[in-house]
Write a protein that binds this ligand. Structure first.
Ligand code: MG
Length: 207
C-alpha cells in the first residue's frame, strides 16, 4: 500500500512571514506595554513601519528591544495569532509546501520555535534569515515594505503578496492581499494554472 505522505504531491512553495502576517506583533507588544506601564496605546496607533519606539516612552529602538526581551521569555513567545491564519496554513499545507521565512534576532529564535509549535503551524521548513530573497519560493506573503521591495526585485518569477496592514503601502509588483481567505484563493488560482508542479524532494518520508 502506497504511503500517502511519501507520494502526495506539493504544488507550490509558499514563503510565509510571521510578524504582522501570522503573529500579531503590534497587538502583542502594545497590550504588554499598556499593562506594564499603565498606558492606553491602541493597536490602531501603529501606522508606520519605522520608529515604533516613538509611540512609547523609550528613546531608542535599542531600548524598546531590550524591554521586549523581558528576561528569559520575550514578548515574541506570547504574540496573538491573526484570525484564520493557522487554519488556512493547515489547509494549504495539504497541497503545498509551507515555508516560514522570518527575520529574527538570535534571542528571539527559541521563543519563535516554541510559538510555532504551540500553535501547531504545519510548516515543513523554517528559515530565520535577514535576506528573505535567499529562500526561493513560488509565492511570498509579507508585510514589511523593504522585504517586499527586495523580493520583487530579486525574485521576479515569484508572486509576491503584500499583506495589507496600516503600516505598509502598495509596492509596485506585489499583489495586495487583505485576508488569509483571500491569500488561499490566490494560491488555489495559481496552482490551478501551474499543473504538474512538484517540489517535494525524493526521500522525504513520514518518520
Ligand atoms: Mg513581518
Amino acid at each position: 500500500m502506497a504511503n500517502e505522505l511519501t507520494h502526495s504531491p506539493e504544488f507550490l512553495r509558499l514563503g510565509i512571514d510571521m510578524d504582522g502576517v501570522l503573529a500579531d506583533f503590534n497587538a502583542g507588544w502594545i497590550d504588554r506595554y499598556n499593562q506594564g506601564f499603565d498606558k492606553q496605546l491602541r493597536h490602531t496607533d501603529v501606522v508606520q513601519w519605522d520608529g515604533l519606539h516613538e509611540l512609547t516612552h523609550f528613546t531608542t529602538m535599542e531600548a524598546f528591544w531590550e524591554w521586549f526581551q523581558q528576561g528569559g521569555r520575550s514578548i515574541f513567545r506570547d504574540l496573538p495569532v491573526y484570525p484564520d491564519s493557522i487554519e488556512t496554513i493547515e489547509r494549504l499545507a495539504r497541497d503545498h509546501r509551507v515555508v516560514i521565512v522570518s527575520s529574527k534576532f538570535d534571542w528571539a529564535i527559541p521563543d519563535t520555535l516554541e510559538w510555532l509549535a504551540e500553535h501547531r503551524v504545519t510548516a515543513r521548513e523554517i528559515h530565520f534569515v535577514h535576506d528573505k530573497t535567499a529562500v526561493a519560493c513560488d509565492v511570498y506573503l509579507e508585510d514589511a515594505p523593504y522585504h517586499l521591495q527586495s523580493l520583487v526585485e530579486k525574485r521576479p518569477d515569484a508572486t509576491v503578496c503584500r499583506m495589507v496592514r496600516p503600516w505598509n503601502v502598495p509596492v509596485p509588483g506585489t499583489v495586495d492581499v487583505e485576508s488569509w481567505g483571500q491569500f488561499a484563493d490566490l494560491v488555489d488560482s495559481l496552482a490551478e494554472h501551474a499543473p504538474g508542479r512538484r517540489v517535494r524532494p525524493t526521500g522525504d518520508c513520514a518518520r
